[in-house]
Ligand binder design. Sequence first.
Ligand code: C2E
Ligand code: MG
Ligand code: MG
Length: 555
Amino acid sequence: MQLSNIRHKKAIMNICIACSFLLIMLNFVTSAKLRDVMLNIGNMQLPITSLNGCIQVVLCLLCIILVLIDSKKGMIWSCVFLGISIFGSARTIFVSKSLMTAPGTFNAIIFLIAIALIAHQIKISNRMAVTDSVTGLLNRYGFDRDMRKRIWLNERGRVAFIHLEGFLAVNANLGRKYGDELLTIVANRIRTVLDGRGDAYKIEGAEYAVILPDRVNCDTIIANIIKSVEETITLNKDGVPSNCYLTAFAGVADFTDNSVDADTIMKRADIAMNYALKSGKNKISTFNDEMKESIESQLRIERLVKDSLRNNWFYLVYQPQYTMFDRRLRGFETLIRMNAPGGVKIPPSEFISIAELSDLIFDIDSFVLETAMREFREVCYSSGNTITLAVNISAKNIARPGFAEKLLEVVKDTGFPPECLEIEITEYSFAEEGNYTLENIRKLRDNQIMIALDDFGTGYTALEQLMKLPVNLVKIDKSLIDNLIRNEMNMDFVKSVIYMGHLMDAEVIAEGVEYENQVECLRELDCDFIQGFVWGKPMEYDEARELSNEVYDRS
Ligand code: C2E
Ligand code: MG
Ligand code: MG
């Protein structure tokens, strides 16, 4: 489409140039060779030289078309054509000592000035179209244009896409005006670091790009840009200084020859940037093929999760938990499953970890909480509110301010007995300081909701620290149970975990128990509960309800 456009423009330009030459020739012939010829139109006569005015106007029109197609080349051609015209008529004035052609000369000069003004205006509009109005940097179109040009010229270098995290919060809290100020400060910092060694662009929202030629030290420049952008930015809101902190991520792609087109290079830089953003490990990622595959599979799963939420492809299963000594039903752990069309089966361990990289995990947690509480309300009531329903909540979610209040609202809306609800969180929830995890947990416990510490034994949190956590239940991870019989050191560790759990005033459950000899061993170690395939696999709601009815009918 673009190419055919360019071809059309070139063809029109060539036609205009050819016509202009013909008009100049005609002008020359009429004023030099046929000067005295009269045209007979009916019974009236017209001197042929009077056609020169018409020729000049048409010439001027052609010049305007040339300038509109290409302001630079069009202006050069206009100077040539109108210059010849001005020169011709001025020469006539001097040679024939007559002012007959003076008005024509005057017109041609005015036309030339008008065309120069039009060309100048077009230049300004073109510049505006490729300039970001807030920061003054070139925008996405400018970036596209420059990138294509460099590839076409077979240049070598690097492209870096830079994404700012934290900008949206400033925009929302302080307002757009301050958001714009922040973007301008960032643009100036990037310009300062570049110091003429490369070009900066503002792509969209909170995204910038730089193009660096390979003769400069690209890695250091990109690292310095990230460093400089992350330095404190102080905005003055109504005279009150407000400090803002941004986190920057960069995706880098090389352009080494013209075998790869500009679009591909931009896509690569984009993939690398998403990788940096999602991996959360490195602030700067350079594109490689492995990254492409991993990000594509991540995006595919992310899309599937979104579709599953939208189309109700998620459903819940419940795995029973039993008391160790009399094998009575303690309750169930809620586990999510995906039932996408075409038999696509992705295990929760895979899609949960991907959903945790974005806000999708909040939607999953809300879906599970609401569905489980609605489905299980009756089961809990019919058990005399003695059965426990455990729900897994992501560490990212429990660390959010207001999580406890939102959960209590769902409890109220669904009419679920709060004393039957247990929230499972992992020790990673406590890894980061300064979040709201402890506050949320205390609020939940104040409202009779129980807290279980999931996957215990897989993290690196000091035991001493874990002992201070207000949890009711410690869940020993399957990896420790797997080696329980074979590995004596493991058995000692499990023994001390159970001992420690009891010291914390919590109960202890072993999960992933598959064999009776493991049960026996755990019994000796004084473990309180068992969850595992040995006594019950995850089952659908109807089966779980039947199981609990059987137990409570019996009792
Ligand atoms: P988890 O919370 O530790 O869940 C226990 C996992 O161990 C479940 O796998 C369960 O099916 C499995 N399991 C239990 N007993 C045995 C056993 O005897 N043998 C074997 N081989 N496996 C056993 P699942 O359902 O695949 O879940 C894996 C992880 O995904 C969960 O670990 C949890 O971290 C996450 N997850 C599952 N459902 C949810 C959910 O609804 N919300 C959130 N946020 N995470 C969930
Ligand atoms: Mg769990
Ligand atoms: Mg677990």
